[in-house]
Design a protein around this ligand. Structure first.
Ligand SMILES: Cc1ncc(COP(=O)(O)O)c(C=O)c1O
Length: 378
């Protein structure tokens, strides 16, 4: 079976992690944590980085730092991981959903303005499967309405967006550099990984302090074991950060590998009329975090049937997200009950992603392509 993901770890990864083991710096203090935070913040063009234990915690800490009042609203795509909605619900807020763009699968930015109410406090902009969301309209709306922007760049390490907001000429800006705070996951299938891990980036010193405090139980700085606020233990270990430092050192190579994979799949699959492939808009550089495809209903298959047939050919796949509005855990509580988002609903039923890991070889990629062609021809 060709696996959906296999990380590609190297000598430097081993060397840095070994140093932690050798020196005994294995917990949440040690030289690699700050080095990882600084290295990633610098790569993304941000001033401050706060590393945490996973991407869900990063979103949770970032939303908590906004100090929402109960019932405050955060606009987000329905087509995303549940972590985005959880962060808002845990903070006492309400996720307000927007359908996807049928081409890029990211949030349809034309639908955001209609969802803004006096209770709206933030927009959560999520890059999907490596393709950036159209950031400029989001940043413009946020500015007009005084909203925070939380950028979820978990799936878009190293992706770029052509923005017209910084200079007269449009310039390429790195995903993770936008908005009030940006959040990352470094789970083993991400472009750079720490096994489990996450980070919040920001340019605002007060928010950086707040997230840093939330990460570590909101200990008061003057007096140990005194707490004026509710915090979390979202700490990352030096062991994980050591892996992170080694990965940041070769980010360009890792991004190039993903782009090679995406382009190689597209080149071989683009003739198939019943398969929608990942987009790359003129304003976007896709990192193809996961190579998603959407199968046409004309084939008589949905993603589940397609996945079963590919599995028989030795190809592992993963289904696309089931929209937030279709999640039983929220529906049970009366949220999103009468809401319909046709694009996201179709993506959930017809979309899956193909093996896309860092360790995927050209031979494996060719096998996947043959299996896809075979299943579609049968
Ligand atoms: C867009 C997005 N945000 C957040 C997360 C959560 O990250 P983690 O699995 O590290 O908690 C993920 C996980 O894949 C994700 O895809």
């Amino acid at each position: 079976m060709i696996p959906i993901n296999e990380p590609l770890l190297g000598q430097r990864d081993l060397e840095y992690v070994s140093e932690c083991v050798r020196t005994g710096w294995i917990s949440s203090a040690g030289r690699f944590i700050e080095a990882f935070e600084q290295g990633w913040a610098e790569y993304c063009g941000r001033k401050h980085g706060i590393a945490v234990c996973n991407g869900t915690a990063a979103l949770q800490a970032a939303v908590a730092a906004l100090s929402l009042e109960p019932g405050d609203e955060v606009i987000m795509p329905t087509f995303t991981i549940i972590s985005c909605a959880l962060a808002v619900v845990y903070a006492g807020g309400v996720p307000v959903l927007v359908d996807s763009d049928p081409e890029t699968w990211t949030m349809n930015v034309d639908r955001i303005a209609d969802r803004i109410t006096p209770r709206t406090k933030a927009i959560m902009a999520v890059h999907i499967y490596g393709h950036p969301v159209d950031m400029d309209p989001i940043l413009d709306l946020a500015e007009q309405h005084g909203l925070a922007v939380i950028e979820d760049a978990a799936e878009a390490h190293g992706a770029n967006y052509l923005s017209g907001r910084y200079t007269a000429e449009k310039t390429w800006q790195r995903c993770g550099s936008f908005g009030t705070m940006s959040c990352f996951s470094f789970y083993a299938n991400k472009v750079i990984t720490t096994g489990e891990g996450g980070m919040v980036l920001t340019d605002t010193p007060s928010l950086a302090d707040k997230v840093r405090s939330l990460r570590n139980l909101c200990f008061e700085t003057g007096q140990r074991f005194l707490h004026n606020e509710l915090g979390y233990n979202f700490r990352i270990t030096n062991l994980q950060a050591a892996l992170g430092v080694a990965q940041v050192e070769r980010i360009d190579e890792l991004v190039a590998r993903k782009r090679w994979m995406g382009e190689a799949y597209t080149k071989r699959l683009q003739g198939l009329s019943t398969l929608q492939l990942p987009a790359e808009k003129s304003w976007a550089q896709n990192v193809y975090w996961m190579y998603g495809v959407v199968i046409s209903e004309e084939t008589g298959m949905n993603a589940a049937t397609f996945a079963q047939r590919l599995a028989k050919q030795g190809v592992q796949t993963r289904p696309f997200f089931l929209g937030i509005h279709e999640q039983p855990v929220f529906r049970r509580d009366g949220l999103f009950r009468s809401e319909v988002y046709p694009v996201a609903e179709r993506l959930a039923r017809q979309g899956l992603y193909l093996p896309s890991g860092m360790a995927l070889t050209e031979v494996q990629l060719e096998q996947v392509v043959k299996a896809v062609q075979g299943v579609l021809a049968s």
